[in-house]
Design a protein around this ligand. Structure first.
Ligand SMILES: [Fe+2]
Length: 297
């Protein structure tokens, strides 16, 4: 667990080594109110088995620090891990939330998985669906929602106090940006979403959703808007939209799909719940064959 105080907020960051994911507990030091962002529900794809290793570390931290969790937030339906939001909701009672465009992602993947007509795509799996500009509070800190489509069409950024939780919209400056080629992804939209983030005040903290610790570095999670504007290898130095789209698209064409994508989306469009149980309580995943292309390697 890494601890960073910035912009009036205290942020505890937990890295999941397997997926390179950062999970956050952001809290108001004055009141102890907190929000959990993008918690990971562990999944071993060889055994097709879940566990709550990461989420339990978050729970232990929340308890030891005496925090009162008021929100359990996801930035988007993740392709590389399952959301632990329902598990934490059960343990902590706090409402879950995501951006309202998740409805579009649900509809897209309902079709890809050929889910039954009865599968709801109205986002009812979450307690709250945020729209652009919505505000909420974490104790004395104000939270604000910015739509950040591009990596997925439902991606949002949470600005809480002086901290922006951007997940896959930006990566660390040395890593650039995340891919925009998943169903519903859009490199041009990603560029524009990034410009909105870079237009925040330059001392805003930028907390990313992934880092893989390149070149034997320790994984990192924090930079500032000023650092991103200057140093980001994909969008820094006022790179043009056309240049970015060309670079992003060329790179995306070389990337294999994430290991867990076909498992993760069917769980995450349900808000982090496994697919419907059979009558005897057993659970099965559903994988579309030959819908996506084999990777080159
Ligand atoms: Fe993502």
């Amino acid at each position: 667990m890494r601890h960073i105080s910035h912009g009036g907020a205290r942020v505890a960051a937990l890295h999941d080594e397997k997926t390179g994911s950062w999970q956050y507990v952001v809290s108001d030091p004055d009141t102890g109110a907190a929000a959990i962002i993008d918690p990971v529900w562990d999944f071993d794809e060889k055994a097709a088995a879940t566990s709550t290793r990461n989420a339990d570390v978050l729970l232990d931290y929340v308890r030891e620090a005496g925090l009162k969790v008021e929100w359990i937030l996801d930035t988007h339906p993740h392709a590389d891990h399952f959301s632990a939001a329902p598990y934490l909701h059960e343990k902590l009672g706090a409402p879950t939330a995501i951006g309202e465009k998740v409805q579009g992602v649900q509809a897209l993947w309902k079709d890809i998985y050929r889910l039954p007509e009865s599968f709801p795509t109205d986002g009812r799996q979450w307690d709250r669906l945020f729209t652009e500009g919505d505000t909420f509070s974490v104790g004395g800190l104000e939270g604000r929602v910015m739509f950040s489509p591009g990596h997925t069409l439902a991606s949002i950024t949470y600005v809480i106090g002086g901290c922006a939780f951007v997940h896959d919209t930006l990566m660390m400056p040395y890593a650039g940006t995340s891919r925009a080629d998943f169903p519903g992804g859009d490199a041009q939209a990603l560029y524009r979403s990034i410009q909105d983030i870079l237009a925040l005040s330059e001392d805003t903290g930028v907390f990313v959703g992934h880092d893989y610790g390149p070149d034997d570095r320790e994984p990192a999670c924090f930079s500032t808007v000023a650092e991103q504007r200057r140093d980001n290898i994909h969008v820094g130095g006022e790179r043009s939209e056309a240049e970015f789209v060309a670079l992003r698209s060329a790179r995306d064409a070389t990337l294999p799909l994430p290991n867990l994508m076909l498992y993760a989306l069917q769980v995450n469009i349900r808000g982090g719940i496994l697919p419907c149980e059979e009558a005897d309580g057993r659970v099965f995943f559903r994988i579309p064959a030959n819908y996506f292309q084999a990777s080159a390697d």
